[in-house]
Design a binder for this molecule. Structure first.
Ligand code: LLP
Length: 436
């Protein structure tokens, strides 16, 4: 998919670069991004809004994969940016990302993070709860600073996805509840505030969603509220942010819509409900993360040890695992892969791909069809561009791998791999040894 092909050396090629050469040059594991595919996905979302002549923002959700180069690319593509921490904000700052296009999310923004966001002058806060609201009221008025606000609501819609990544149902840690009047109260508080400007409403129903039923239902529910808020408070949202969650194809059987189609369905639901309720069509914002960076990423590993259990299973261990991709262990997420150095050979058997961590659950793929594999072969695992690097960790004191961007045969290192020294950099010796 994307710009990946198999070249005359029978190697997997991404963005015009031979992945076996990339593995040799940068070592493994390494995350390889097909930059053209990131562009294509981002432009797909934007195109649908432009065709419909609707005011919009497509905010890339940093949490899926953030680094300075990725944020710079998002800027180049005219995207906005969803951030959820000071770390994601400082990345935006260092990338010179226009702060007015930064949206700050989170269900427990700290006082320091709020200060930092105010200092940076970010475009809007997506306010999640009353504690945050009172902190913001205090800070904005003492700084005499105008701040744009969306309120995050939980529309009571269950997206059909893994329970850990489904967020729209009422019993959720995120956002103001609609049915118990929390959202109403937040609106009243915001309307009475001199510095906080309520621009609109946000909802995010979940992640890796394959159809638009949940979005349509959310739109229907929210427009009922919009109508009520119009009558009660004379409040009409200028902005409706529908969140992210658009699915991608990890494995056969996953059938996501094209980015354009998610947006087209969303727009038509909004237009219809606007008509039904007499509420003006608001500016529409979305926050795709996975669907922009996910399928652009491929992880390359080197195969090491093998273990055959006759008649049961053949294990292949690679030089990474749950430290660079925790999704299989955390969500039973599934992936596909091929041998990058023998890309077109007949698959003869199935192998189960184990990581190198001291955990039985550290398995990347069960029963992957591959040719007869030798140690030192390079395994490419597809669709690791979202929540791979961003959820990477140092379990077993394993260093995080580097990240490269590839386009037109050009390979650019955008995140260096961690060194052993990096792993030690925050450690302090036992006080008695330090004195000695
Ligand atoms: N907006 C909000 C408010 C979110 O909470 C999220 C994701 C997004 C946008 C972006 O969602 P996306 O388009 O990437 O699905 N670690 C999990 C996914 C957690 C998603 C959390 N929120 C995974 O690896 O599947």
């Amino acid at each position: 998919h994307g710009t990946s092909t198999i070249n005359s050396r029978n190697h997997l090629e991404i963005g015009g670069a031979d992945t076996v050469d990339i593995a040799r040059e940068f070592g493994t594991p390494v995350y390889v991004y097909d930059t053209a595919l990131i562009r294509e996905r981002a432009l797909g979302f934007k195109r649908a809004f432009e065709e419909a002549g609707i005011s919009y923002q497509v905010a890339y959700a940093s949490k899926a994969f953030s680094c300075i180069a990725m944020v710079q690319l998002a800027d180049e593509l005219g995207l906005s940016l969803d951030v959820v921490s000071s770390g994601e904000m400082i990345t935006a700052k260092r990338a010179d990302f226009p702060m007015e296009r930064v949206h700050f999310h989170g269900n427990n923004k700290s006082s320091d993070e709020i200060d930092y966001a105010l200092e940076l002058g970010i475009g809007c806060f997506v306010v999640d709860n009353f504690y945050e609201l009172s902190l913001l009221q205090e800070k904005a008025s003492s700084r005499k600073q105008k701040v744009n606000i969306l309120i995050r609501t939980t529309p009571g819609v269950e997206a059909h996805t893994h329970e850990y990544i489904s967020t729209g149902q009422e019993d959720s840690k995120f956002g103001f509840d609609l049915s118990s009047g929390q959202a109403d109260q937040a609106i009243e508080m915001l309307q009475a505030d001199e510095y906080l400007h309520l621009r609109g409403v946000h909802s995010h129903i979940g992640s890796q969603i394959f159809d638009t039923d949940g979005f349509v239902l959310t739109v229907e529910k929210l427009f009922q509220e919009f109508q009520r808020w119009h009558e009660l408070y004379d409040f009409i949202p200028e902005v409706f942010n529908a969140g992210g969650g658009f699915g991608i194809r990890y494995v056969e059987g996953d059938e996501p819509l094209a980015p354009e189609q998610y947006v087209r369905d969303l727009i038509s639901a909004i237009k219809r409900e606007a008509e039904n309720t007499g509420i003006d069509v608001p500016e529409i914002w979305i926050e795709p993360g996975r669907s922009i960076s996910g399928d652009a990423g491929t992880t390359l590993y080197t195969v090491g040890s093998k273990k055959d259990i006759p008649g049961v299973r053949r294990y292949l261990a690679v030089d990474g695992g749950m430290t660079d991709n925790i999704r299989p262990a955390l969500y039973q997420a599934e992936y596909e892969g091929i041998l990058a150095n023998r890309a077109q050979e007949e698959t003869s058997e199935t192998f189960s791909i184990a990581g190198k961590c001291c955990e039985s659950g550290d398995m990347l793929i069960w029963n992957l069809p591959l040719p007869e594999v030798e140690s030192e072969d390079v395994l490419a695992v597809f669709c690791t561009g979202a929540y791979g690097y961003s959820m990477a960790n140092n379990y077993n004191r394993i260093a995080r791998p580097p990240v490269v961007f590839v386009e037109d045969g050009e390979v650019d290192l955008v995140v260096q791999g961690e060194t052993l020294e990096d792993l030690l950099k925050n450690d302090l010796p036992l006080p008695s040894r330090a004195k000695a």
